[in-house]
Write a protein that binds this ligand. Structure first.
Ligand code: GLN
Length: 203
C-alpha cells in the first residue's frame, strides 16, 4: 500500500475461471482489484488471489509464459488466497494425479476427490468465522487430505478441511466468490491490510 492510499491493491490471477467475481468481492471490501496475467503485473501488489478453474490449464499457461517461478517467489513473500484450483496450486503436494505446485501451503491435496456423480454441491455449514453458517459452493473440488501443524482449519466438509489459513496464506476448496456472503473475502482483505502495514513480511 502506498502512503497516499489505504486501499490495499490485491491482484487476481486472471488466466481463467471467475476472476471477475473475485474482483467484485474484493472491491466490496474496500480493496482495489488488479487483474494479473504477466509476472511484471505482480509488482506493487499487497496480495494475490489464485481463483478456481483447471489447475492443469493454469500450470500450462504459467509454464508457457515463464510465470511459475515469479509466482512462487511472490507467494512466498506476500499474502495469497487460493480457491479450488488455486488451492491446488498453493499446496505442498498434489495427488490424483501428482502435479507441480507452488508449495507455499503445508497441505496435501487430492484433485477431483468427490467423484464424477457428486462432484458439485452447495453446503451451508458452521465455520470458525463469526456470523453463523457459511454457504460453500463446491465444483469438481479437491480434498485437503493432510495439513501441517501450522495450518489452521477454519471450516470442514465430512471431516476434511475446506477452508484453511497458514499465516498469510489462505486456501478454500470451494468458491466463495460465487456466494453472496462475502466473509471469506473480507477475512483475506483484513489479512492483506494487516500484512501491508508490516514492512518485511516473511511466511
Ligand atoms: N478440478 C479442478 C482441478 O483439478 C478444480 C476445480 C475448480 O477449480 N473448480 O484443477
Amino acid at each position: 500500500m502506498t502512503e497516499a492510499s489505504t486501499r490495499p491493491r490485491i491482484g487476481v490471477l486472471a488466466i481463467q475461471g471467475d476472476y471477475a467475481a473475485h474482483a467484485e468481492a474484493l472491491a466490496a471490501h474496500g480493496a482495489e482489484p488488479v487483474e494479473v496475467r504477466k509476472p511484471e503485473e505482480l509488482a506493487g501488489l499487497d496480495g494475490l488471489i489464485l481463483p478456481g478453474g483447471e489447475s492443469t490449464t493454469m500450470l500450462k499457461f504459467l509454464a508457457k509464459h515463464h510465470f511459475f517461478e515469479a509466482l512462487k517467489e511472490y507467494c512466498n513473500h506476500h499474502p495469497v488466497f487460493g480457491t479450488c484450483a488455486g488451492a491446488i496450486l498453493l499446496a505442498r503436494e498434489v495427488r490424483n494425479p501428482a502435479q507441480l505446485s507452488l508449495g507455499v501451503l503445508d497441505a496435501v491435496v487430492e484433485r477431483n476427490a468427490y467423484g464424477r456423480q457428486i462432484d458439485s454441491a452447495i453446503l451451508t455449514a458452521p465455520t470458525e468465522l463469526a456470523g453463523g453458517p457459511l454457504e460453500m459452493v463446491f465444483i469438481r473440488a479437491p480434498r485437503i487430505v493432510e495439513v501441517g501443524a501450522e495450518v489452521r482449519v477454519l471450516a470442514q466438509r465430512d471431516g476434511f478441511p475446506v477452508l484453511v489459513r497458514q499465516g498469510n496464506v489462505m486456501a478454500a476448496t470451494f468458491h466463495p466468490e460465487l456466494s453472496a456472503d462475502r466473509r471469506v473475502h473480507r477475512l483475506f482483505v483484513e489479512l492483506v491490510t494487516a500484512a501491508a502495514s508490516k514492512p518485511h513480511l516473511e511466511h
